[in-house]
Design a protein. Structure first.
Length: 209
């Protein structure tokens, strides 16, 4: 995380805050993110008013493989798919969220959303659009969101933290907003809210089967 923040060139105060977020996540079950400025969205419930997500990314990584592998490691800012019975590993999930789509065919499509963009990978406001394109029109059984729920405001899936300029007010999560995040993921993927579950999990690797 520290490596990607340094590479992002983001404002120094946001770099400091990101480090604080990670430390608090290790110590407590509930995170409070301290970002400079007052919130544009004053409560987590305001996420319901976010306009529908419009994908900003459409590239070769969003194309589904005809022969998905049996296993894949999905690092920050990436999306990948595994075949039926396969395993997805999300390494070092500290301040991130993972989104795993369970296909009715038995395969998995996964995205590793990062608070701050890793150079060369997808931003938080691009990743759901790319995952939606990867899934395509295939039937979906369930969508599982896991990670540092308390560090995320639902709007980060619509406007990444890198998009805020000097003096702009950044939305601040007031606590874990499970429903707001589920709604944002549902809209971003264009799939029913009822398919989405959200879980706050401890730091470390996530292995999804």
């Amino acid at each position: 995380m520290e490596r990607q923040l340094a590479a992002s060139g983001h404002l120094p105060h946001l770099v400091i805050v990101a480090k604080v977020v990670i430390e608090l996540k290790r110590v407590t079950a509930t995170l409070a993110v301290a970002l400079v400025g007052a919130a544009t969205l004053t409560s987590p419930s305001a996420a319901a008013g976010i306009s529908p997500y419009e994908p900003t990314y459409a590239g070769p990584r969003a194309a589904s493989s005809l022969e998905a592998p049996a296993g894949a490691t999905v690092t920050e800012g990436q999306i990948k798919e595994v075949a039926s019975g396969g395993v997805i590993t999300y390494p070092s999930v500290t301040s991130c969220l993972t989104v795993t789509v369970r296909l009715r065919s038995g395969g998995l499509a996964g995205a590793h959303a990062s608070l701050f963009r890793v150079p060369g990978e997808l931003r938080s406001d691009e990743i759901l659009g790319a995952l939606k394109q990867l899934v395509g029109g295939r039937p979906v059984a369930a969508i599982e969101v896991r990670g540092a729920v308390g560090a995320w405001h639902p709007s980060y899936f619509v406007k990444a933290l890198e998009s805020y300029g000097e003096g702009e007010r950044v939305p601040i999560p007031e606590g874990p907003d499970f429903n707001g995040i589920a709604q944002a993921v549902s809209r971003g993927l264009g799939l029913p809210r009822g398919l989405v579950t959200v879980e706050d999990v401890p730091d470390g690797d996530q292995i999804i089967r």
